[in-house]
Design a protein around this ligand. Sequence first.
Ligand code: ZN
Length: 172
Amino acid sequence: MRYYGDPILRKQAAKIKEVTPEIRQLAQDMIETMDAYKGIGLAANQIGKLLRIFVIRIEEMKEDGEFVPGEAKVYINPRLSHPAKETNSFLEGCLSFPGIHIEVNRPNRILVEAMNLEGRVFSEELDGFNARVVMHENDHINGTLYIDRCSKEERKRIEPKLRELKKRVVID
Ligand code: ZN
């Protein structure tokens, strides 16, 4: 895992030209890493690859109304558009910032167009938590982090934790 302080988290990832066996393997590795770290989303630069791909676990509702992580989904060369004007604030975490949760304000809905592992382009409108996760991961492949999107107060509150994290950044 690449942690805050690692320069790769600030870089623009490159477009994927073709879904090759290597890309399919990368997606598989990313899903395994996401699950091993008990995450619900992971972008390629978080494991050291500057490519426009991320994986998430779609949130599903169980019969009793409880939300649980569902199927894993792969997004290649994603394009986000038509964000809803209405926004909501929610506590977010990030695998590159262990133990740091901050309130982030994001649009309620977003339109996503991306390629899947079969090389086919799909589009979907996401809302709620799934929309939030996709926006968070899409930020990663553009070198943007959730700490760039929180309020000044939140940023100030976590500043000591960020300094700690930066000090012990390990590139593995
Ligand atoms: Zn993240």
